[in-house]
Design a protein around this ligand. Sequence first.
Ligand code: SF4
Length: 339
Amino acid sequence: MSLLEVNDLRVSFRTYGGEVQAVRGVSFQVKEGETIAIVGESGCGKSVTSQAIMGMIPTPHGKVKSGQILFKEKDITKLSKKKLQRIRGSEISMIFQDPMTSLNPTMKVGSQIKESILKHQKRSKHEAKKKVIELLKLVGIPDAEKRYSQYPHEFSGGMRQRVVIAIALACDPKLIIADEPTTALDVTIQAQILDLLKDIQQKRHSSIILITHDLGVVAEVADRVAVMYAGVVVESGTVVEIFENPKHPYTWGLLKSVPKLDSLEKERLIPIDGTPPDLFAPPEGCPFASRCPYAMEVCVSHMPDTQMFSNQHYARCWLNDQRAATVKELIAVGRERHV
Ligand code: SF4
């Protein structure tokens, strides 16, 4: 059974220029103990999808227009603010991108973690403090007892992100949404934070939705990947399927723009030319058509159907239609890659 099921989710924002259709019919599932990565460029709708799951779409401009978000089989888009607040932080929690803005600079870190425990769990202040120190140790902060009484500015960037992770774990959530959790960190610290997330997931059997623009990060931690473009999931599959046998030109583009660390040869990284479409008036056909080197006439006028390649791997691209010509690159990109 899935812990989370997102069905045909549509989210829009009203602006002076008109309605921005940020998420346009996104569906995916997250099983217990699974890590799914949602990948794509800025503005593809991945962060808006995670905000919708957290019930944090800014109102009155933003709105979940239609679709379902079933958490433990209950549609959380239908819950009252109060009920949603009870779930948020206790059963579903979020690790934000920038620890500097998600921590309160005027409050000691111990109190910030304790606040969440006291709000959602029936524990005395003494018990909560004990749990905070356990959490600081779990996320790898040395000298936890002393660190409990320090302020965020006394921590390095990597240590602050560990504190943010400790806050997210405070109430033993079943689902953790990590929105670009390593973007603000340097490469060595990024690797440590990814290892920590993997470790926590194995120890606690939590499910994780990892939001990222970086396919390198995905290979490290995810079980499954959903590739988003212009508010739509254009390809989804297991990490092996996406890296070894990608079926969508946008996924090929993303893979070509990731450096291969195991290669001794110098490799030229190829950016994806062009810009995503205007989501005030999304195209009728494939949203990637204006940037796709393989675009055909049908791509501009008709949105591709979903083609299944295994029970988990699917893509939306006319090239996979049996009437389309074979494109060698499809196979070549995948074979070059190793997870
Ligand atoms: Fe390119 Fe057409 Fe496939 Fe879209 S449907 S990715 S335009 S080939």
